[in-house]
Write a protein of this length. Structure first.
Length: 198
């Protein structure tokens, strides 16, 4: 995790604890708008970890060359890195999205030959995944729904998605970018699928 230095005399704001995450964010008086951002992110990522146990399901193939990704999948992903800049200083710890965190993820996909699209749910953020299948590999991107609270809008996108489907489910990873229109900085998470199955 990388973050910009915060002055030692900066006040600390303790947000409500939303199990299982302990949340604390440093805010400077010059950037108090971060409080609104943190409040928004706490709402979005209230379920920051999951302990669901899922059983793997075999995937099928179409024509023996392109895997069939159509269907509904649930599971978890692991945050590998969280890099924060500008207004997002304190984001990683403030939301509990630190390295090793395992938030929930779900997918509902449809497929037309090599074209795949559908809904993706990260915590409480929904979006649309669009991608292409080559063999058993799905690559794509997703635009998530903007969320606005206290006159601040959080924009989220999956900038890269690359996963492989096998009889034990999805493997691979994806990158999430958080930003606030009109504000400097963002937060970028690189993630690995822990378990994502039917």
């Amino acid at each position: 995790m990388q973050k910009t230095d915060v002055p030692a005399d900066a006040p600390k704001v303790r947000a409500p604890i939303l199990p299982p995450c302990d949340i604390e964010v440093s805010l400077t008086t010059q950037s108090i708008s971060r409080l609104a951002l943190v409040s928004l992110l706490l709402t979005v990522y209230a379920g920051c970890s999951s302990s669901d146990t899922l059983s793997p399901t075999a995937s099928s193939t179409t024509g023996g060359t392109i895997s069939d990704f159509q269907g509904q999948y649930t599971g978890t992903y692991r945050v590998d890195t969280c890099v924060e800049e500008g207004i997002f200083t304190g984001f990683c710890e403030g939301t509990g999205l630190v390295a090793g965190a395992t938030p929930p993820i779900s997918l509902s996909l449809t497929q037309n030959q090599s074209a795949v699209s559908g809904n993706v749910l990260l915590g409480a953020i929904t979006g649309t995944l669009v991608g292409t299948v080559s063999g058993s590999t799905l690559t794509g991107t997703a635009v998530m729904a903007d969320i606005t609270e206290q006159d601040m809008t959080l924009s989220t996108r999956i900038s890269t998605w690359k996963t492989t489907l096998s009889s034990s489910g999805f493997s691979g990873g994806f990158t999430i970018v958080f930003s606030v229109p009109g504000e400097n900085g963002n937060a970028t998470l690189t993630n690995t699928i822990v378990q994502l199955t039917h």
